[in-house]
Design a protein around this ligand. Structure first.
Ligand code: PLP
Length: 365
């Protein structure tokens, strides 16, 4: 039968739309948004100044190749700018990689509690997302490898992962790459790399530089505090860069984002302050919430995953904290209905949440 109106390609309407973290608490004057892993320190003041300056000339198209930004990134990380592609957030790049490397009938592996954009990007191409179970909320390389078939064209690994905050040591990532077929692209999503303080962690730069089937994606949304501008970048082999450049929007990164990104990446003192703040309060939150009797998954990122006894308790705690203007993130969509995710906030926000959970538990007892 002929359809009576245009039909999306098969699979599109099976996608569960991404639901961003809440940002308001009705009736509460002072709100602390701890639901989207944004930085409590905001962006570098140099980034804000650069953004404002470009704002005086919004009539001009940006440089479509974002060359000054790629050079600044290359300088900061010691990378060849020709092997970098910038995007409107790393979401843009994850979707472009899926579009460039997946087609109907292909498979892309992600981990059970992996970032939700992976199955969405996969299904948008007509390919099938395959979930590999984790062990103690940590990606399991053997479980991923056990799901590889001749149809597997892509493996998405968030390292560290959102919403669990856990990471895979570099030796394990290397073992994964070595065991994957040469025609399977390994996408290492290192959105939270700047926060990690572990000797056995590597964001992916070395693997990209030494192999032909690994790409690393990064973002300016987290430690650089530029989430609103939508800015990310990837570093990949020349042939992957070439494929992505052919399908990306010709001006996929806007002028204010380019200018702010350059200033942000050069303000290393600001990044260091944000990292220090995170290291201190991540440990504090993990300990203090743990003392209240709620398990917290050990995190190396800028958020913690707090486990409640059941889904009902997690929802009730969320409602209780929201009434106080403390907005955390329910993570049922990540198959974690009994947990809440909380971004590391300002000292004030962190203390209020711990007090709030204490009061909630006292109330529920
Ligand atoms: C693991 C991971 N990757 C990528 C992103 C997307 O970041 P953006 O599109 O803002 O660069 C996020 C954002 O929450 C994330 O948690």
């Amino acid at each position: 039968m002929t359809a009576t109106r245009p039909q999306p390609r098969p699979g599109v309407l099976d996608i569960a739309p991404y639901v961003p973290g809440k940002s308001s608490a009705p009736g509460v004057e002072k709100v602390f948004k701890l639901s989207s892993n944004e930085t409590p320190l905001g962006p570098s003041e140099h980034a804000i100044a650069a953004y404002r300056k470009v704002g005086e000339h919004l009539e001009d198209y940006p440089d479509g190749s974002a060359s000054a930004l790629r050079e600044a990134i290359g300088e900061a990380f010691g990378l060849d700018p020709d092997r970098i592609v910038c995007g409107a957030g790393s979401d843009d790049l994850l979707n472009l990689l899926a579009r460039a490397f997946l087609k109907d009938g292909d498979e892309a592996i992600h981990t059970t509690h992996g970032f939700l954009v992976y199955p969405i990007a996969t299904m948008g191409t007509g390919a099938t997302p395959i979930a590999a179970p984790e062990t103690n909320f940590i990606a399991n390389v053997d479980a991923i490898l056990a799901r590889v078939t001749p149809r597997t064209k892509l493996v998405f690994l968030a390292n560290p992962n959102n919403p669990t905050g856990t990471y895979v040591p570099f030796d394990e990532v290397k073992r994964l790459q070595r065991a994957l077929p040469a025609n399977t692209l390994l996408v290492l999503d290192a959105a939270y790399a700047e926060y990690v303080r572990r000797n056995d962690y590597e964001s992916g730069i070395e693997l990209v530089a030494t192999t032909d089937n690994v790409v690393m994606t990064r973002t300016f949304s987290k430690i650089y505090g530029l989430a609103s501008l939508r800015l990310g970048w990837m570093y990949g082999p020349a042939h992957v860069v070439d494929a992505v450049n052919r399908i990306r929007g010709p001006f996929n990164v806007n002028g204010p984002a380019i200018a702010a990104g350059i200033a942000a990446i050069r303000d290393t003192a600001h990044v260091e302050r944000a990292r220090e703040h995170n290291t201190r309060w991540l440990a504090w939150l993990t300990e203090e919430i743990g003392k209240l009797g709620l398990p917290v998954t050990p995190s190396v990122a800028n958020f913690v995953l707090i486990h409640f006894p059941d889904a009902k308790a997690a929802k009730a705690a969320d409602a209780f904290l929201t009434k106080r203007g403390l907005i955390l993130r329910q993570v049922g969509a990540y198959k974690l209905p009994s947990a809440l995710r909380m971004s590391v906030g300002t000292e004030e926000a962190n203390r209020l949440v711990v007090q709030g959970i204490k009061d909630f538990l006292g109330k529920a007892a």
